[in-house]
Design a protein around this ligand. Structure first.
Ligand SMILES: N[C@@H](CCC(=O)N[C@@H](CS)C(=O)NCC(=O)O)C(=O)O
Length: 230
C-alpha cells in the first residue's frame, strides 16, 4: 500500500477527522480502498477523557477547535475544498463518488440503491448492532446489560434475513461488485459480531462479512486501529 495516509503537512488534501477507534474507520477504509490521499486529524471521543476541555487535552469532540468544524461534536467529520460533511455513511457516499471507479455508483439507479441501503443500515441495523457491541464487548463486564443485548439480537433477525436474501444473489449488495454500499453496511453489521448466533442464521451475511474483512484495505485500517490506545 502506498504511504499516502496521514501526510499531515499537506493542507489541500481531503481531511478525515476522527480516531481509528470510531466510526471514522469507515471513511479511512474507503479512502484506502479508493487509493485516495487524505489528511488525518485524530479527534477522539471527549467522553473518553477525564477533562476534555483541559488546556493540555488532546483534540476531542468537545474541543472548541473541533466544534468549529462539526458543531454536532461527533466524529467522523470530513472537509474537502471548503465542504464540511458529518455522518459517516454520507461521507463515504461522497468520497466514493469523488473517487469514481467501481466503488462508486455507475448510474442514478445504483446511486439510489446505495443511498437506500446506507440509510437502511443506519436506521434498521445500527441502533441494535451498537447495543450488541456495547453490551457483549465494549463495556466493562459489570456494566453490561445482557437483556438489552438479547432484545437487540432479537430485533436484528428480520433485517439480517433481508440482507441475507439480497446477498444470496451475487454476494454483493449493489451492482454485483464490491462498492461503497458493502463498506457502509459491513461496518454497521460488524458491531453485531459478538452475537455469533445471528450469523449462523444468515450464512450469506457471514460469508460476505468474512470476505469484506479479508480485503487488504480493511486489514490495513484495522492494523492501524489496533495500534491506537484503547
Ligand atoms: N451517525 C453518526 C454517529 C457519530 C457518532 O456518534 N460518533 C461517536 C464516535 S463513533 C462520537 O462522536 N462520540 C463522541 C461523543 O458522543 O461525544 C455517524 O455515523 O457519523
Amino acid at each position: 500500500m502506498p504511504a499516502f495516509a496521514q501526510r499531515q503537512g499537506e493542507t489541500n488534501l481531503l481531511t478525515i477527522y476522527g480516531v481509528y477507534r470510531s466510526r471514522a474507520s469507515r471513511n479511512i477504509w474507503l479512502a484506502l480502498e479508493a487509493g485516495m490521499p487524505f489528511r488525518h486529524v485524530p479527534v477522539m471521543q471527549g467522553y473518553r477523557l477525564a477533562d476534555p476541555l483541559a488546556p493540555d487535552a488532546p483534540i476531542n469532540t468537545q474541543s472548541p477547535a473541533f466544534r468549529a468544524v462539526n458543531p454536532n461534536g461527533r466524529i467522523p467529520a470530513m472537509e474537502d475544498d471548503g465542504l464540511v460533511l458529518a455522518e459517516s455513511l454520507a461521507i463515504n457516499l461522497y468520497m466514493a463518488k469523488k473517487a469514481g471507479g467501481p466503488l462508486a455508483p455507475a448510474d442514478l439507479r445504483e446511486d439510489g440503491e446505495m443511498t437506500a441501503w446506507s440509510i437502511w443500515a443506519m436506521t434498521e441495523v445500527e441502533p441494535h448492532s451498537i447495543q450488541i457491541l456495547y453490551n457483549r464487548a465494549m463495556k466493562p463486564a459489570a456494566e453490561r446489560d445482557e437483556a438489552l443485548a438479547q432484545s437487540s439480537i432479537a430485533a436484528l433477525h428480520a433485517p439480517l434475513a433481508v440482507l441475507d436474501a439480497a446477498l444470496a444473489r451475487t454476494g454483493f449488495i449493489v451492482g454485483g461488485r464490491f462498492t461503497v454500499a458493502d463498506i457502509n453496511l459491513s461496518e454497521v453489521v460488524r458491531y453485531a459480531m459478538p452475537a455469533a448466533e445471528l450469523f449462523e442464521a444468515a450464512p450469506h451475511v457471514k460469508a460476505w462479512l468474512t470476505a469484506c474483512h479479508a480485503r487488504p484495505a480493511f486489514r490495513e485500517m484495522m492494523a492501524t486501529r489496533d495500534k491506537e490506545p484503547a
